[in-house]
Design a binder for this molecule. Structure first.
Ligand SMILES: *Cc1c(COP(=O)(O)O)cnc(C)c1O
Length: 471
């Protein structure tokens, strides 16, 4: 054995102690760590990109990484990182994720590990938490982008079946043109359309309701009536990233009854709201969708990369993703036969952090995260509305605050960018840019389990401080 490997084999316990200590120190300092390290700290130092011949061993490599690069790590796991939609990591999920690498199971049905059974159990618990019925099956994928990809892939297969084509066998060309209808789709769906051979051009934007990002069902119906023979996928939003708008799913279901289309619901973070009786009505009807996307690494606070793809069409899913070989489990139709249900073959045991977090905190633990984040987002929104120089662009529907700067002299976009740069340098809170109804805007999305009242006070202080100071 190579001497560095030999040495590390004998020092496994010390290596684990060392990384535990680094992690503990990191977590203890998370509240003070900047959310956005300086650009220089995000780059490699000269001479660090060459492969050595002998290697230095794990402990020296850990030291080397930490001493040189810890300053380049953002506090994105902390309570005041409101950029994008960024969840943290619950202690149970972290513990499980460490184990995932230590035990290194291949999470497919192979009859030599519990991993697939735990994944199935995690899916069942999640269905119970979110009120999804028994006829849904689910699989863990790397993120909502892949969940959207899978949902649309199964929808593509379903369209083929309706038009007498097996797309998985014959390819998209045999089916021909498909239309994809949506009002405010997440950009990842367009990426999925590109990967699926459906093409980004297949997406047709449908009008929204006035002053909303939610789809106008009448506009959708006019479109469906005008193209009655075109194979159609409808992409509903259950929580848009700017204003957390929810499409009216019961209305979409009624249209599906009349016109026949595949209904995919992107509920990447909004779906977790179903864990609260107060917000579950926002998702009314999603129990009848054909496929659903839910992220685990956002509002469920498990580490990257983790999401769930749900569908009520397991057999079609298996037609798309089956992978037959003499040495592998046969594609028998069962919900835990993951090799034949997901884009990957070999798979990380990514269900364990989700399972362990659900076991550790239960129904009311998730509900607490959701309701606390919503309450704090409303608090942040009220604080901003009452502050000079800010304006809410939409009511705080759920957990995202979408706002703009007022009293701007000159270019609004440049002013917004300058403000965000000052905010990043300040370091206490991270918000990210967007455009809402043509206007340069800022978003704060609250999905971290640690966020509390005092974080909102600190956030408002940072926002007000950075609003009128010069660059
Ligand atoms: C974040 C998000 C996605 C993409 O999710 P990833 O996990 O980054 O792949 C898709 N849809 C919505 C609504 C999202 O919020």
């Amino acid at each position: 054995m190579h001497p560095s490997l030999q040495q590390d084999l004998s020092q496994f316990p010390q290596i684990l102690d060392q990384v535990r200590q680094l992690a503990a120190t990191f977590l203890a300092g998370l509240h003070e760590r900047p959310v956005c390290p300086p650009l220089a700290a995000q780059q490699l130092k000269p001479g660090d990109d060459r492969l050595s011949d002998e290697g230095v061993g794990a402990q020296a490599a850990l030291d080397y990484f930490w001493q040189r690069y810890a300053d380049g790590i953002s506090a994105s796991a902390g309570p005041r990182y409101f950029g994008f939609v960024t969840g943290g990591v619950t202690p149970a999920a972290l513990a499980a994720d460490w184990l995932v690498s230590a035990i290194d199971q291949n999470s497919q049905l192979s009859h030599d590990t519990i991993a697939a059974a735990i994944e199935l159990a995690a899916i069942e618990q999640l269905k119970s938490l979110l009120g999804l019925p028994a006829d849904f099956s689910g699989t863990l994928v790397s993120g909502a982008t892949m969940a959207n990809f899978c949902g649309l892939a199964i929808g593509r297969q379903w369209l083929g079946e309706r038009y007498g084509v097996n797309v998985a066998q014959q390819g998209m060309a045999a089916l021909g043109k498909v239309q994809v209808l949506a009002a405010s789709p997440h950009s990842s769906s367009e990426k999925a359309l590109s990967m699926l051979g459906i093409g980004r051009d297949a997406l047709q934007l449908v009008a929204t309701l006035p002053d909303s990002e939610a789809i106008d069902p009448d506009a959708l119906e006019r479109h469906l009536a005008a193209h009655p023979t075109t194979p159609t996928l409808v992409l509903a939003s259950a929580g848009t990233v700017n204003t957390v708008a929810f499409d009216n799913i019961p209305r979409l279901l009624a249209l599906r009854e009349r016109y026949g289309f595949w209904l995919h619901v992107d509920a990447a973070f909004g779906g977790i709201a179903a864990s609260s009786p107060a917000y579950a009505p926002l998702l009314e009807g999603w129990q009848q969708a054909d496929s659903i996307t839910v992220d685990a690494h956002k509002w469920l606070n498990v580490p990257y990369d983790s999401a769930i793809q749900f569908t009520r069409h397991l057999a079609l899913q298996m037609q798309v993703f089956q992978n037959q070989s003499a040495y592998l489990e046969a594609p028998d139709l069962r919900p835990d036969n993951y090799l034949h249900l997901t884009p990957e073959n070999s798979r990380r045991f990514r269900a364990l952090p989700l399972w362990m977090s659900l076991v550790a905190y239960g129904r009311s633990g998730v509900r607490d995260m959701v309701e606390r984040n919503v309450q704090l987002a409303k608090r942040l929104g009220e604080g901003l509305a009452a502050s000079r120089g800010f304006q809410l662009l939409a009511p705080v529907n759920l957990n995202v605050v979408c706002f703009a700067l007022t009293d701007v002299v000159g270019d609004a976009e440049a002013a917004r960018d300058g403000f965000l740069e000052r905010l990043n340098q300040h370091g206490a809170i991270r918000c990210t840019a967007t455009r809402y109804r043509g206007q340069p805007a800022v978003r704060a999305a609250l999905v971290n389990w640690m966020t509390e009242e005092q974080d909102i006070a600190l956030a408002l202080e940072a926002l007000r401080t950075c609003r009128f100071t010069a660059a």
